[in-house]
Design a protein around this ligand. Structure first.
Ligand SMILES: O=C(O)CCC(=O)C(=O)O
Length: 267
């Protein structure tokens, strides 16, 4: 099962329309892959907060249409990264879209953990509330987005729901690249799942992007890692590996759920 991660550059001097056309062309070039992944908010740039309102789109907007067509033309499952979604009630969400090889919208995930603390996404966007998995013929995708990678309980929930291939589009900043690689490996090891972590490259709104998209196997080995610039990372995955790994080293079965609350001693 071939997975291709499109680490597209999001430099600000390129108009969104042009990047959308370029992304669609890059997806079409991946015919033969089973799964293609784009990063978080690659249309606007994850840190281009001042463009969020203007570039927000409905789930029937230009990115959805372009990506549905590209997935169908290439005949691939496509995790099209995320868009700034304007919901019917006017709220904005950081929303990931997954398409089937026929171009059907097969999964919609609204980012649960918003980044920025007291600014940016954290105040401009609403938080998603639902964990989302998408069943492919040979694997079950578990969806997370960028900052979500820091919250292990989300991924454990996805694994409990059957996920064995965790897909994390991101617009990760270069200055915390060490965390990116470490967290991707940690989520893979603790869940005995593949992790496909696809970041943007380039610089926008003054934030240099990490690039270095990475594919980690269920044993925590890095199968492939991109460099800093625009690049396509193609890797062959064995869909049987997560189940084999969980059988050979059955740590997930040793979880102790439902323990009593901690006992506080002393005054
Ligand atoms: O957690 C981080 O360090 C980066 C998160 C981020 O950039 C995002 O979620 O957009």
């Amino acid at each position: 099962m071939r997975a291709s991660l499109i680490q597209i550059a999001v430099d600000r001097d390129e108009p969104v329309d042009s990047r959308r056309r370029r992304a669609a062309a890059l997806v079409r070039e991946q015919r033969g892959s089973a799964l293609v992944v784009l990063p978080e908010l690659w249309t606007v740039g994850a840190f281009a907060y001042d463009s969020f309102e203007a570039e927000a789109e409905t789930l029937d907007g230009p990115t959805r249409r372009a990506m549905a067509e590209a997935a169908a033309d290439a005949g691939v499952w496509l995790h099209a990264g995320s868009v700034v979604e304007r919901a019917a009630d006017g709220r904005l969400f950081n929303t990931s879209l997954v398409f089937s090889p026929e171009g059907r919208l097969a999964g919609v995930y609204r980012k649960i953990h918003r980044f920025g603390f007291d600014k940016g996404e954290a105040v401009m966007m609403a938080a998603g509330e639902e964990l989302v998995t998408v069943r492919l013929p040979d694997a079950t995708l578990g969806l997370g987005t960028c900052y979500d990678l820091r919250f292990p309980e989300l991924f454990r929930g996805l694994v409990d729901a059957g996920a064995d291939l965790l897909v994390v589009p991101a617009g990760w900043p270069e200055r915390r690249r060490a965390h990116w690689t470490l967290l991707a490996r940690a989520r893979a090891v603790e869940n005995q799942a593949y992790v496909l972590a696809c970041s943007t490259a380039g610089t926008h709104a003054g934030v240099e992007q990490a690039g270095h998209s990475t594919v980690v196997d269920p044993w925590g080995e890095v199968l492939a890692e991109a460099g800093a610039g625009e690049e396509i990372l193609a890797v062959d995955l064995d869909p049987k590996r997560p189940a084999e790994s969980r059988e050979q080293f059955p740590a997930l079965k040793d979880r102790r759920l439902g323990l009593a609350p901690p006992v506080v001693r002393g005054s």
